[in-house]
Ligand binder design. Structure first.
Ligand code: G3H
Ligand code: 13P
Ligand code: ZN
Length: 311
């Protein structure tokens, strides 16, 4: 099936009270793990590529890998640029065949965010591509930008109507308590999402798809495996999956997960190396890593996002 935009995916997700998973990809095994899981669950899926992934893998390689995934399955797959920092990266992704881009001008002043986002929307829509933009500031690390927790800013519901109507975007990423990376909160903390803000934004923008970044939950069983087999990941927790489930039932149609997949991949590699110190064929440990990542994606689709059977 050819790549699709997120338009129809989000319309169905909004009405159906579930969210579509947007998983970050950097190499073939990750793409296979995500797409195999989504295919087995009959779920739509978004494969997203960051600037770091483009630098690591070369966008042409990633495009062909994603196209291969689409060609070998029947589920709807969108290819999305994650955290596009400027017009040029969005344009080059659109020219490269991406079906969706994010322009992340959330750290810029209001009028600049609107002007840049509008410029991307005009180019994208002229090419049949949809656009996500962001209002508010998440804590954590995005590429090379590190936002301290005290600097993070919840999205103001008062701003969303003007922002969406002046920019013409197709979906809006908001800050309601999620943050990027695998070290979000200390054990013992009780992280909660500001569901009240999400509900208010839902009232201001009826039917409009909302996006959550930084939605990894930091699976403690996988962190324990990393640390049992020679790793030293700090003790940290993420956003409880129960909170994400609540958001998925409301206006949130896209939930971004990267760190949890990285932890699953790394846990399997570390375990494999320790249990089989004689192995040197990459297919052996990458095969385990792919299988473990696939299991994580299945779990997210079935138990958190609610998108199984919605393809
Ligand atoms: O939000 C950021 C994503 O997790 C991508 O991370 O920039 O290290 O590829 P990256
Ligand atoms: P996590 O670091 O919580 O997985 O967030 C990923 C993300 O938001 C990608 O844009
Ligand atoms: Zn993000």
């Amino acid at each position: 099936m050819p790549l699709v935009t997120t338009k129809e995916m989000f319309e169905k997700a909004y009405k159906g009270g579930y969210a579509v998973g947007a998983f970050n990809v950097n190499n073939m095994e990750m793409i296979q793990a995500i797409v195999e899981a989504a295919n087995e669950c009959k779920s739509p899926v978004i494969l997203q590529v960051s600037a770091g992934a483009r630098k690591y893998a070369n966008p042409v390689y990633l495009r062909h890998l994603v196209m291969a995934a689409a060609e070998t399955t029947d589920i709807p797959i969108a290819m999305h640029l994650d955290h596009g920092a400027d017009f040029e990266i969005c344009k080059s992704s659109i020219d490269d065949g991406f079906t969706s881009v994010m322009i992340d001008a959330s750290s810029k002043p209001w009028e600049e965010n609107i002007a840049l986002t509008r410029k991307v929307v005009e180019y994208a829509h002229a090419h049949g591509v949809v656009v996500e933009a962001e209002l508010g500031k998440l804590a954590g690390i995005e590429d090379d930008v590190h936002v301290e927790a005290h600097d993070a800013m919840f999205t103001s519901p008062d701003e969303v109507e003007e922002f969406t109507s002046r920019t013409g975007i197709d979906s809006l990423a908001i800050a309601i308590g999620t943050s990027h990376g695998a070290y979000k909160f200390k054990p013992g903390q009780d992280p909660k999402l500001r569901i009240d803000i999400l509900e208010e934004i839902g009232r201001r923008l009826p039917g409009f798809p909302i996006v959550l970044h930084g939605a990894s939950s930091v699976p403690q069983d996988q962190v324990a495996i990393v640390n049992e087999f020679g790793g030293s990941m700090p003790n940290a927790i993420g956003i409880p999956e129960s909170e994400l489930k609540k958001a998925a039932k409301l206006a949130v149609c896209k939930i971004n997960i990267d760190s949890d997949l990285r932890v699953a991949f790394t846990a399997a590699c570390r375990k494999h190396f320790c249990e089989h110190p004689d192995h040197f064929d990459p297919r052996q440990y990458l095969g385990d890593a792919r299988a473990n990542m696939k299991e994580m994606v299945r779990h997210k689709i079935i138990d958190v996002l609610g998108s199984a059977g919605k393809a």
